[in-house]
Design a protein around this ligand. Structure first.
Ligand code: ADP
Length: 376
C-alpha cells in the first residue's frame, strides 16, 4: 500500500469556481458571481469579517449548500450537482463532529468502513495517520477522554485518511485557547508541508491566514477584495478594506487632498508628495511611522498602550486618529506634541471614492521591480 502522504499528494486536485453565486432569496444575494482558481496542493485561506460569505463558499465546494448559479470544477470534474460524498472533498469542522461512542481508531476508520475498505487496509491506514498526527497512544480512547487539541487532530485524521483530493476546514481552531491555537497552526502548517493536500481553510483570524496560507482570498460581502500571497496582501493591499483588515493594529488610513504636488491633511500639513489632484486615502502602517526624528508632521498623543516589547501610541493628527507602534525603550514624552515622519516608500495610496489601491503611486520603477520579485 502507498503511504498516506504520497497518496494525498498524488490526489491533490485543482478547484475552479466559475460564476458561482448564492442567493437565499432575491434580496439576499450572499455571493455575487465569483470566479477563482485554486492550484493543486495549494493552501488557500478564505478570510473576511463575520457574515461575508466564507462558510457559504466552503459549503458550496463541499456540496453541503447548493449553488444558485455557476460551475464548480474539482480535478477536471464538474461537481456542483454531485452529492458531497462524490466530490472527493473531506471536511474538518469547528466542533470536530466526532462520534462520542466510538474510539479514536473507529472514528478515523469509519468512512473507510462505509466505503468497503478491507479491515487490514483500514488498520494500516489508521496506524499511518495516527503516527503522522501523534495519536498512536490514544487510539483506544473515546473523544470524551481527549483534550481539545487531540480531538481536533482526530478530526483532521478522519479527513485525511480517505486520501481526499481536497481538504476543507471550517474555522477548525476557533474552539481552542490561544496557546493551543498556536500549536495547532504550527502542526497544520507542518502537516501541509508533508502531505501537500489542496486545502481551503475558512477563518476570520488574520494570524491564521498569514501563517498558513500559500494565498489568502479576502472576501467582502461575498466579493473577492484580493487573492494573493500573505506578503503581497500585507505589503501591497489592493484596497482600503484589505489594508484595514490586516495588521495588528491595522494600517492607518487618512483622508487627504492632493493639490497637484503634495498630499495634505485638513489643516494643511503635508504628509506625502504626489502629482494627483483631489481626494485620496493615504495608508501607513503603525510600525512604519518614524517618531521624533525631526519629522514635520505634528500629532497629539491621546492614549498609550505599553505591550512590553513595544508601545502603541494613539494620536490625533488634524482631527483624524493615528496609531503608531514604537519599539521598546523609545523615549517619548507623553505631554509633548509628536513630530512624525511618514517614509515615502512606506506609503500606500487609495482612490478617495472607490478605496482601490493606486499602484506604485510613490515608488520608482526600480523599487517596484524589486518588491514584485521579493514578494513572488
Ligand atoms: P461567514 O462564514 O463569512 O460568517 P456565512 O457564509 O455564514 O458568513 O453567511 C453569509 C451571509 O449569508 C450572512 O449574511 C448570513 O446571514 C446569510 N445566510 C447564511 N445562511 C442563510 C440562510 N439559510 N438563509 C438566509 N441567509 C443566510
Amino acid at each position: 500500500m502507498t503511504a498516506i502522504d504520497t497518496a494525498i499528494r498524488a490526489a491533490a486536485a485543482d478547484i475552479e469556481l466559475m460564476g458561482v453565486t448564492k442567493a437565499y432569496d432575491v434580496r439576499t444575494v450572499v455571493i455575487p458571481p465569483l470566479d477563482v482558481a485554486l492550484r493543486p496542493g495549494e493552501f488557500t485561506v478564505v478570510l473576511g469579517p463575520s457574515g461575508c460569505g466564507k462558510s457559504t463558499l466552503l459549503q458550496m465546494i463541499a456540496g453541503l449548500e447548493r449553488v444558485s448559479g455557476g460551475k464548480i470544477v474539482i480535478g477536471g470534474r464538474e461537481v456542483q450537482d454531485l452529492e458531497p460524498k462524490h466530490r472527493g472533498c473531506a471536511m474538518v469542522f469547528q466542533n470536530y463532529a466526532l462520534y462520542p461512542h466510538m474510539t479514536v481508531a473507529e472514528n478515523m476508520a469509519y468512512s473507510l468502513k462505509v466505503a468497503g475498505v478491507s479491515k487490514t487496509e483500514r488498520a494500516e491506514r489508521v496506524a499511518d495517520v495516527a503516527r503522522m498526527l501523534g495519536l498512536a497512544d490514544f487510539l483506544a480512547r473515546k473523544p470524551g477522554q481527549l483534550s481539545g487539541g487531540q480531538r481536533q487532530r482526530v478530526a483532521i485524521g478522519r479527513a485525511i485518511i480517505r486520501e481526499p483530493g481536497v481538504l476543507l476546514f471550517d474555522e477548525p481552531l476557533s474552539n481552542l485557547d490561544a496557546q493551543l491555537r498556536h500549536d495547532m497552526r504550527v502542526e497544520l502548517a507542518d502537516l501541509h508541508r508533508r502531505i501537500g493536500a489542496t486545502s481551503v481553510f475558512v477563518t476570520h483570524d488574520q494570524v491564521e491566514a498569514m501563517t498558513l496560507a500559500d494565498r489568502i482570498l479576502i472576501l467582502n460581502k461575498g466579493r473577492i477584495e484580493q487573492f494573493d500571497t500573505p506578503k503581497a496582501i500585507y505589503h501591497r493591499p489592493a484596497s482600503v478594506f484589505v489594508a484595514k483588515f490586516i495588521g495588528a493594529p491595522p494600517m492607518n488610513v487618512l483622508t487627504v487632498t492632493g493639490d497637484g504636488s503634495a498630499l495634505r491633511l485638513a489643516d494643511g500639513q503635508v504628509v506625502g508628495n504626489y502629482e494627483g489632484k483631489g481626494s485620496f486615502q493615504l495608508g501607513i502602517r503603525p510600525e512604519d511611522i518614524t517618531v521624533n526624528a525631526g519629522g514635520a508632521i505634528k500629532a497629539a498623543i491621546r492614549y498609550r498602550e505599553d505591550l512590553g516589547s513595544h508601545e502603541i501610541l494613539e494620536a490625533d493628527v488634524a482631527g483624524q486618529q493615528l496609531r503608531i507602534s514604537t519599539p521598546f525603550g523609545a523615549e517619548i514624552d507623553a505631554a509633548a506634541t509628536l513630530s512624525l515622519s511618514f517614509p515615502q516608500a512606506r506609503l500606500h495610496l487609495f482612490d478617495g471614492e472607490t478605496g482601490r489601491a493606486i499602484p506604485n503611486a510613490f515608488h520608482n520603477a526600480d523599487a517596484v521591480r524589486r518588491s514584485v520579485k521579493e514578494y513572488q
